[in-house]
Design a protein around this ligand. Structure first.
Ligand code: AGP
Length: 602
């Protein structure tokens, strides 16, 4: 299963309003900052939507809303446009006779919106989604039916989409389109349903149809028809689901953490769709002196970016722990501080940014949570597109922080003339190939179960690397200790001979991040030093590296990628290794002791 950033639900059944609310409640873990429903009634389409949680929304529904047999619902995790009533879905066209819910990221929404506004369309939100009903409205005005208008609109849209649409002119159907974002259909005894995820369908059926890529579905009360966006008919293939609700919420995985590790390809793909305008404005803001600050995993993202700003943009931008920021940084006047926080609520990071602004700095925020405190304390912010992360241990949010920072590094390098336009275009093309590389790693993380079992009873571990993968090693150590409670330390491999090596004795576990990058040769030297003292070597290596295969006791191969992208592909096996060790030691990786998902105290 792949995720996306919101939850959509649709139904053709008796008592549609209640069914919509129940469906959205089961999808709430996918996004919960605003919610809405649309129902077809005798007077056309009624849309009710609010900022806030579903329970509060349901409690406030007027009785007049509680009627209808065809409807759509949406629970939002804001990606474009702050969480508020106007930006909540469903969105409608100018006439209010078309309503749409959407899950995904529309890359070219600004140019589409400009064209639609020029042609007289009036928008009521700041979302990317709202271009869809207006594009469909134009198709219907030209004589297209609802399905044809939806297909026509999808052809003009670049980006990921799971869309469900209804029209007052065709009140007996729901039309859905799937591109990248997940869409599932359920046909029950008393109705036909569509959903972003399986949990919402289980009360009505345990036979579901996973809508294929690039497909349009017409749902009617008596069944569905499916065809490719090119018009070729498709035969629905039902799948029997034997999950309970808990498993279903986790996409069939035993824990949210493994589900979220598996979601990284699409989370990365969506994060690579960040509007270039935002990146360029943020890059320009990073004028002279600049700093990076974050906590925990977010600090590791900052440290990775610090190496990349130096190597690619030839800019010295120091990474500073948020909790140390006020003591570690003296002169902030006229500088820029890049604050990284997936929750956007970490007190240490907010405090560092508040201090920076007070001392005359500008702030660029990078967060996964639109509407969070960091977005209000930043001069400009960039939103990663992971969707909500339920597991306490950061996985997909770390990977998308790296992706956002990679893009910022290249935009800054271009802005300061460190790379040419051609090199920038080349890097952008390379980044677009990364989701496939990440998928090839995610598909094989199960191979780490054996290694994790083998080392699960160890008391200590070093995580070692050089160059841009030092932060990857620190992050791997953090993952292992925070969910398995095994003591683990991350170090620059070159540092190990300045003291840490004294701990190494027969069987001591050393995890090396050793891909085929410019530091590989020097890392091998450190590996041999450890091996000479009896250490056991578990290494993350580039496919087919025979020399390292020969040296390592255990290894995991990642595909060859540009050097700056190795932190992205190498962090995944370390996440999975920590996960399997925690499970082998009998702990719940989703709820590690002593930790909170967001540390809102100093
Ligand atoms: C990461 O696995 C930890 N849960 C923790 O270190 C986290 O990264 C840190 O608390 C920062 O959180 P933030 O990204 O929400 O600011």
């Amino acid at each position: 299963m792949v995720p996306s950033v919101c939850g959509i639900f649709g139904c053709l059944c008796d008592d549609a309003p209640r069914v919509l609310i129940e469906g959205l409640k089961r999808l709430e873990y996918r996004g919960y900052d605003s919610v809405g429903i649309a129902l077809i009634g005798s007077g056309g389409i009624k849309v009710i939507k609010e900022k806030g949680r579903i329970d509060d929304f349901a409690a406030g529904l007027p009785n007049s809303a509680l009627a209808g047999k065809v409807g759509l619902g949406h629970t939002r995790w804001a990606t474009h446009g702050a969480p508020c009533r106007e930006n909540a879905h469903p969105h409608t066209d100018c006439s209010g006779r078309i309503a749409v819910v959407h899950n995904g990221v529309i890359e070219n929404f600004m140019e589409l919106k400009e064209g639609l506004v020029k042609r007289g369309h009036v928008f009521s939100s700041r979302t990317d989604t709202e271009v869809i009903p207006h594009l469909m409205e134009e198709g219907i005005r030209q004589g297209l039916g609802l399905k044809e208008a939806a297909v026509s609109a999808s052809r003009r849209i670049k980006g990921s989409m799971a869309v469900a649409a209804i029209s007052a002119s065709e009140p007996d159907r729901i039309v859905c389109i799937r591109r990248e974002s997940p869409l599932i259909i359920g046909i029950g005894y008393n109705g036909v349903y569509c959903s972003s995820d399986i949990p919402a369908l289980l009360p009505y059926t345990n036979e579901v149809i996973v809508v294929p890529e690039e497909t349009v579905v017409v749902m009617r009360r008596d069944g569905i028809s499916m065809e490719t966006l090119g018009g070729s008919p498709l035969e629905p293939k039902p799948t029997k689901i034997d999950w309970d609700m808990g498993m279903a919420m986790k996409g069939g995985y035993p824990h949210f953490m493994m589900k979220e590790i598996s979601e990284q390809p699409l989370a990365l793909s969506n994060t690579l769709k960040i509007q270039r305008a935002f990146l360029e404005r943020a890059a320009e803001l990073i004028g002279g002196k600049a700093y990076l600050t974050g906590s925990g995993t977010s600090y590791h993202a900052c440290l990775t970016a610090s190496y990349l700003f130096s190597k690619i943009a030839k800019a010295d931008i120091r990474a500073v722990h948020s909790s140390e920021f006020q003591d570690a940084v003296a002169d902030l006047k006229g500088s820029t501080v890049i604050g990284v926080s997936q929750s956007g609520e970490t007190a240490d990071t907010l405090s560092a940014l508040k201090y920076a602004k007070m001392m005359g700095a500008r702030v660029v925020g990078i967060t996964n949570t639109l509407g969070s405190s960091i977005t209000t304390s930043s001069d400009i912010y960039i939103c990663t597109q992971s969707g909500p992360e339920i597991g306490v241990a950061a996985t997909k949010t770390f990977l998308t922080q790296l992706a956002a920072l990679d893009q910022l590094v290249f935009a800054h390098a271009l802005a300061r003339g460190a790379i040419s336009k051609e090199e920038y275009a080349g890097a952008t093309a390379q980044l677009e190939r990364l989701p496939a590389a990440v998928q090839s790693v995610v598909d094989r993380v199960g191979d780490l179960k054996g290694v994790a079992m083998k080392y699960s009873r160890r008391k200590d571990a070093y995580f070692l690397a050089r160059g841009i993968n030092v932060a990857t090693a620190l992050e791997g150590a953090l993952k292992l200790k925070e969910i398995s409670y095994m003591h683990a330390e991350g170090y620059p491999a070159g540092e190990s001979k300045h003291g840490p090596i004294s701990l190494v004795e027969e069987g001591f576990l050393c995890v090396f991040v050793a891909p085929s990058d410019s530091a590989r040769g020097r890392v091998i030297g450190n590996m041999m030093e450890m091996k000479a003292r009896g250490a056991e070597i578990f290494s993350i290596i580039t496919n087919g590296d025979r020399e390292l295969i020969a040296i390592s006791d255990e290894y995991f191969e990642v595909p060859e990628v540009p050097e700056y992208a190795y932190p992205i592909v190498c962090t995944i096996p370390l996440q999975a290794f920590a996960y399997f060790v925690a499970v082998a030691r009998g702990y719940d990786p989703d709820r590690p002791r002593n930790l909170a998902k967001s540390v809102t105290v100093l």
